[in-house]
Design a protein around this ligand. Structure first.
Ligand code: SF4
Length: 683
């Protein structure tokens, strides 16, 4: 009888974009264990420490269990009816006074696909604005742009299997072991078992760089230049795949754009010996299949879209698309950052990346029985600027701690403090929620049904393992309550009904149905109506007009920055034990104990220059005005005038985004987080 109380529920990890799936064993609300199964499509029997042990946050004493309404400088508990009524009336007021574009909607990359679709439906179909965005804007939007320009679909071109099958795994600006641990294990296994070669281009010598067959360490911000050098060398030696290039346009354009580039220039600007550039070009030429994995070391730089474009150019020239063991793999950060973008939380695309064109608008207008706004919406950093400029008056933030994750925390905080009306829907009273007028308690993915899309475009089901805590609710139910209060007749009884609506309106999901996703079954989009999915893209044609790919020239020349006071470059990233700023993992006792506080990692060279030892308190002052104080960790992973600060912050005043500025990449709108310059001193 005791065993019968134990429940096993299939779920998908709530942390990173690998999308590990497993059975979670529960007894009432107690989480007993996590059991990965051989049939788990992305991970098999593997998980990392977060997926295995990172679930205490679900029962944390900090969970929000009732709606909260601000009264002066404190919150009071309220009923759902009162909270939703207040939000609806304030949103109506703002819309009447300033127009629909005075409201903005920020989606969480932990929402389900169905919830993301409903949030953008609320913004577009009910409020009448395209101001809806998600936090891919903070990380991988530049990769999406690079792929859109060259091959037409802004997502991984193959699946994790292709990474395992490649001869050469090129990793650019990505700490695979700590950011996507299960893929990190698979990369190492491919090296050990299949003899795959690993090349890492990174400013920091993290674990996977230690194991690389070739480690290239440029000065910060030079990835595009190095890749351009490799491409130039391949072109000069005629190592291109001529047969494959019949499917590709723009070769002459690309050649012209690189005419003046010399390996001597690459070496003197990036600090990478030209012999390493030649060696990498040769390895790519000799490999049967090449995959490129890249992360925020590429995309969180100004010019991140150009670097991503050059990665795709390189794969096109050498014929590394459309077949097993090859392709482009931007590593998606959050568990559902891919899905939240795919299902429409973007200001310039309708769900499924359908363009903002008349025929698409009318299709949605007919289905939703409404009139849609044709103006493209604001990206998240533009929403924050919009508040400061008096154009945005209300924000609805779902599950994002915007204050902590947007660039330049002091300014973001100031903007949100001055906002007329802020609604935050979250599991915890985050730094952002503390500034809200209304806080709505959301539940975790163990307390609801839905689907996620992982980094390889794989759609997977997760199932409810327990009831929502207190009065907390799934995001889709909360969004529906608000839509109904605003006069809509929405009546979805289960997320599967939302997916049925999506399948009718979004061609890439036309064959997605819950009965095809039962248990550990999954579908990799695009999914045809008959249920056929697409693990490898571009087998027969590319997704650009005419079916051909396009080589796209980029700006490879660097602006040189002369800085005397702020001469140190601030790098940031994940650590194995924590997910980003630590809203969830910071509430998991074992993980918090293992990694209790942030640090500033500095090179021995810098340590010597400033007489800093491991454990000393240091003050880091940013060129943009912010500062943090934290303990130093002297290591040989960072070099010269560079420091590394984990994204996890035990205390908001130590968060790395106190240092970052607000300049954004012109092509993608992503902030140049890793272009932050600072000074350091021992306290
Ligand atoms: Fe898998 Fe990522 Fe979750 Fe770790 S954090 S278990 S690698 S999905």
């Amino acid at each position: 009888a005791r065993r019968s109380q134990i429940r096993r529920t299939k779920t998908v990890c709530t942390y990173c974009g690998v999308g590990c799936s497993f059975e979670i064993w529960t007894k009432n609300r107690k989480i007993l264990k996590v059991e990965p199964k051989p049939e788990s499509p992305a991970n098999g029997i593997l998980t990392c420490v977060k997926g295995k042990f990172g679930w205490d946050f679900v029962n944390s004493k900090d969970r929000l269990t009732k709606p909260l309404i601000r009264e002066g400088d404190h919150f009071r508990e309220a009923s759902w009816e009162e909270a939703i009524r207040l939000i609806a009336s304030k949103f109506k007021q703002i819309k009447e006074r300033y127009g629909p574009d005075a409201l903005g909607f920020i989606a969480s990359d932990k929402m389900s696909n169905e919830e993301a679709y409903l949030l953008q439906k609320l913004a577009r179909g009910v409020i009448g604005t395209n101001n809806v965005d998600n936090s891919s804007r903070y990380c991988q939007s530049p990769a999406t742009i690079g792929l859109w320009r060259t091959v037409g679909i802004g997502a991984d071109s193959g699946t994790i299997k292709d990474i395992e099958m490649a001869d050469l795994i090129l990793i650019v600006g990505h700490n695979t072991t700590e950011s996507h641990p299960v893929i990190g294990s698979k990369v190492k296994r491919a090296q050990k078992v299949n003899g795959a070669k690993i090349v890492v281009i990174d400013v920091r010598k993290h674990e996977i760089a230690e194991r690389a067959d070739l480690f290239i360490r440029p000065k910060p911000g030079n990835d595009a230049l190095i890749l351009a050098g490799v491409v130039k060398y391949i072109l000069d030696n005629d190592w291109v795949n001529h047969e494959f290039l019949k499917r590709v346009e723009g070769l002459e354009n690309l050649k012209r754009s690189l005419k003046d580039l010399t390996l001597e220039y690459v070496e003197s600007t990036s600090g990478v010996p030209k012999e390493d550039i030649i060696k990498l070009a040769k390895m790519i030429h000799e490999a049967k299949g090449v995959v490129v994995l890249w992360g925020m070391g590429v995309t969180q730089h100004l010019g991140g879209a150009d670097t991503s474009t050059m990665i795709s150019n390189l794969l096109l020239l050498t014929g590394n698309y459309g077949r097993p063991g090859a392709g482009a793999f931007p590593m998606r950060g959050h568990n559902n950052v891919q899905g939240v973008s795919d299902f429409g939380c973007l200001p310039n695309y309708l769900p499924g990346y359908q363009p903002m064109e008349e025929n698409v608008f009318s299709k949605f207008e007919d289905a939703w029985r409404t009139k849609l706004n044709r103006r493209p919406g604001l990206q998240i950093p533009q929403m924050i600027e919009g508040i400061l400029e008096g154009k945005v008056h209300g924000l609805y933030i779902v599950g994002e701690d915007t204050v902590m994750v947007d660039c330049g925390t002091p300014l973001t905080r100031k903007a949100l403090e001055g906002l007329e009306f802020l609604v935050v829907q979250d599991m915890f009273l985050t730094e952002t929620a503390k500034l809200a007028d209304v806080v709505l308690p959301a539940c975790s993915n163990l307390e609801k049904d839905g689907t996620f899309v992982n980094t390889e475009r794989r759609i997977q089901r997760f199932y409810k393992a327990m009831d929502p805590l207190g009065e907390s609710k799934p995001d889709w139910e909360i969004i529906q309550l608000l839509a109904r209060e605003l006069g809509e007749s929405w009546n979805y009884l289960h997320p599967s009904e939302i997916m049925d609506e999506i399948a009718k309106l979004v061609p890439i999901f036309s064959g997605v149905r819950y009965d095809r996703l039962e248990g550990f079954n999954s579908l990799v989009w695009p999914v045809e109506e008959d249920g056929r999915d697409t693990p490898i893209l571009y087998v027969n044609s590319f997704a650009l007009e005419g079916g051909k790919a396009k080589l796209y020239p980029i700006v490879w020349k660097r602006k040189s920055v002369e800085e005397k006071v702020y001469s140190i470059t601030v790098n940031s990233g994940r650590v194995l034990e924590h997910f980003h700023e630590g809203t969830m993992t910071g509430r998991v006792e074992g993980l918090a104990r293992k990694f209790p506080e942030t640090y500033v990692e500095i090179s021995s060279e810098l340590a010597k220059k400033h007489s800093i030892k491991t454990g000393d308190m240091v003050l880091v002052r940013s060129k943009f005005g912010g500062e943090i104080r934290a303990k130093a960790l002297v290591s040989d992973r960072v070099f010269g005038e560079e420091i590394f600060v984990p994204l996890f912050a035990s205390n908001p005043s130590k968060a790395v985004n106190n240092l970052t500025g607000r300049e954004i990449d012109r092509d993608s709108g992503t902030p140049g987080y890793k272009d932050t310059l600072a000074s350091i001193e021992k306290l």
